[in-house]
Design a protein around this ligand. Structure first.
Ligand SMILES: NC(=O)c1ccc[n+]([C@@H]2O[C@H](COP(=O)([O-])OP(=O)(O)OC[C@H]3O[C@@H](n4cnc5c(N)ncnc54)[C@H](OP(=O)(O)O)[C@@H]3O)[C@@H](O)[C@H]2O)c1
Length: 281
């Protein structure tokens, strides 16, 4: 598996597996077990997905050496602030049945995220977290934190797919030596994603699906991706993207799909902030 070297030297697979919207623990355990069998070694969960226990059990039961797996979780808004965040890191470790995480992120740029970040820096220094970062930090919030934290975030996980390519944000993160990681690499199928004519036409040349072309595009652009699927055949399809290469002409065609806008939400909207803050875990 191709890897990306983070700003602290830690290597992270460029392709992994996300478990958002699989709250049923039995189902999540089965799905992670399938993903590990397919070959995924990066698993992305979060406190707010209600499935850290299931992810932990699936990893433990797989018998795969913990060191071979890159495990990611995220601290939810209601666990924001130094004290709560510190306790919640230990709670995540307990649920995931491990004594360290490969990466912990602040899920959303709300509540006392400076306090949360300090708790993560402390856990990083003590070896509980191998890497730390943020998620959904738009360029302004990201630059602010980047200027005032002690340890530069290694990752910013943001909505990134062919319709929202994060061109400007990517440039800014690069200046700050922070790696971009995509959430929603298929935009959850919105905008008729899997039927897109440009992706289809390019896929036909290589005998690849629209999903495979989209993931190949993102990874060739240096973005870490974590597609989610509950179907094993799709997990296999999404994993099988390293035996072909898009040409500059293909990349340029896909670059034209960018709208520069979210297909999901607006972090600057007060209603959205209210919605997130009221989402209790
Ligand atoms: N940090 C954040 O705020 C944030 C937000 C959202 C997501 N995430 C992370 O990013 C991960 C991925 O995002 P996501 O789960 O929202 O959506 P996604 O990966 O963009 O899309 C998942 C959807 O695509 C379908 N799908 C997957 N592979 C397919 C294929 N080859 N052909 C056709 N359909 C396919 C899945 O259906 P089936 O499951 O039925 O196969 C599911 O409906 C999440 O699981 C989570 O770990 C983070």
């Amino acid at each position: 598996m191709q890897a990306v070297k983070l700003n602290n030297g830690v290597e992270m697979p460029i392709l992994g597996f996300g478990v958002y919207q699989i709250p049923d623990n039995k189902e999540c355990e089965r799905v992670v077990e399938d993903a590990l069998n397919v070959g995924y070694r990066l698993i992305d969960t979060a406190q707010a997905y209600f499935n850290e226990e299931a992810v932990g059990s699936a990893i433990k039961n797989s018998g795969i050496d913990r060191k071979e797996i890159f495990l990611v979780s995220k601290i939810w808004v209601s666990n924001g602030g130094y004290e709560k965040a510190k306790a919640s890191i230990d709670e995540s470790l307990r649920k995931l049945q491990t004594d360290y995480l490969d990466l912990m992120l602040i899920h959303q740029p709300f509540n006392d995220y400076y306090g949360t970040y300090r708790a993560m820096e402390e856990a990083y220094k003590s070896g509980k977290l191998r890497a730390i970062g943020v998620s959904n930090f738009y360029p302004d919030r990201f630059v602010d934190l980047s200027h005032f934290c002690e340890i530069q975030p290694m990752i910013n996980q943001v909505e990134t797919h062919v319709f929202q390519q994060q061109k400007r944000a990517k440039e800014i993160m690069k200046e700050h030596n922070t790696q971009i990681m995509s959430w929603g690499p298929f935009a959850e199928g919105k905008n008729n994603y899997f039927q897109n004519e440009i992706l289809k036409e390019i896929g036909a040349k290589y005998n690849k699906s629209t999903a495979q072309v989209a993931l190949r595009f993102l990874t060739q652009e240096g973005v870490i991706v974590i597609p989610k699927s509950t179907h094993k055949n799709r997990m296999e399809e999404n994993f099988d993207i390293f035996d072909f290469e898009l040409t500059e002409d293909d990349l340029n065609k896909i670059r034209t799909l960018d709208t520069g806008k979210s297909l999901f939400c607006d972090h600057y909207s007060p209603e959205f902030v209210d919605f997130i803050v009221n989402y209790k875990i």
